[in-house]
Design a protein around this ligand. Sequence first.
Ligand SMILES: [Zn+2]
Length: 488
Amino acid sequence: MNHLPSQLLQLLLLAAALLRPASAKCHIAKRGLSKDLLLIGTVLTSDGALLDSTILIQSGRIAHVGDICGLGTRGGDASVLNCTGSVVSPGFINTHEHISFATVSPFPDIGERVGHRHDWRLGTRNYTMRAVAVNGSDAAATAWGELRHLFSGTTSIIGGGMVPGLARNLDFRDGVEEGLDERVVIYDTFPLGDGLGMMRNGDCDYGPNPIDRDTAIGYHRYIGHIGEGIDVEAANEFTCLSNVTFDTTPALAGGGLSTDIIAPNVALVHALGLTPQDFDVVAARGAKIVWSPRSNMYLYGKTLNVSYLLEAGITVALGTDWLPSGSATMGREAACAASAANESFGAELPPKLLWEMATANAAVVAGFEDQLGSLEVGKLADIVVFEGGSRERGAADPFEQAIFAPQEKIELVLRGGKILLANSEVEDLVSGTCEPVAFGSSDKIACVADELGSSFKELEASLRGVYPVVLPELPPDEPTCNAAIWSL
Ligand SMILES: [Zn+2]
């Protein structure tokens, strides 16, 4: 065995810190004999950012986090990737997507903000129905969506669709990857069976097969769209799902009864129609909220007063919703979260808080907090490295560098320790079929062909003309996160 003494590793680390260029980028400090990987960089944890820290990855999991001295003789034959000055984060977990719509471009902004989701979905109440035409096969579109998120630092998605490999799909047993298939998130777009456009006020006469308490409580996690709108009809949906005595008269065609599913294993997507009193119920029951501010602002001109939710003790996670009205990346969702909270409620959401909404909180919402969402020993090595930028060490907020990073600044994406995207400087460490992909001025290599079943370039060519997945700068035609257009 070729054990590199830890003193030598420490020397490497010291030299790396001293020689760190103004704009830090990961580079291979040592090629090891084993498949183990030692990352050196600024490691993000819930307790803060650990400068010049290390992470050892063995067999796809995290074997060590922290000071290099704690390694002992472990990692002696690991390859060493020196990312000093860069920021090492858990991969983002996107708790809400409609991933198979990834080839549908953002809706053109016609200056119309609606009261309820059925207004834009179906054109009810004289609103404009928004056309949703998917380009390419369902599988190609879904792969395309997973690639866009993967290239943006997202390693897990709850998105109502899946392809094998690429990002983890936490709502499909055969999409979770690396043997995590003993549990799954149940994802529901129409908990009340209201897909045909039923809007109620004062009773619960929606579709014939709504979710009920026993079913919801039996799931590991149940994540449903509830109250997506700003009117009384949206508020009514929460009442029908949180108050057993509200409607005790069955509907003739089935369903029609109110129920109470609000429990710790349940997360509400959007919840835009809920009152502060409703959120008090959510908090008291330990239920969670999935927040998609850009889609909220764009479709309804309003989003949640998330400070109220946080003060009530509710776990909030971010989700991008979908490309037509939401964010193309988790970073852009976080940017919208910050600006919408400030503009609408005068709230300052710190970057670390937004980062938690995309990592640890999201893992809790998904029910995978023992495996994902933080850099801790024993967890899966779903890891993203973000370029630290040119500012002096300590001057910039490393959480800000992670959560708001454009794709161009992503140096490395690992799922279960496997390199799926990397800067070209790291090429000698990758395995499998990889190909160069230019992210603006940053040359990267994508190692997705083995899982995709074709090269990235072949998939891109087959979907020519659809919304891009390589987005080195601001995503084009991004739906507005600004409430001002509400007055149009
Ligand atoms: Zn949705």
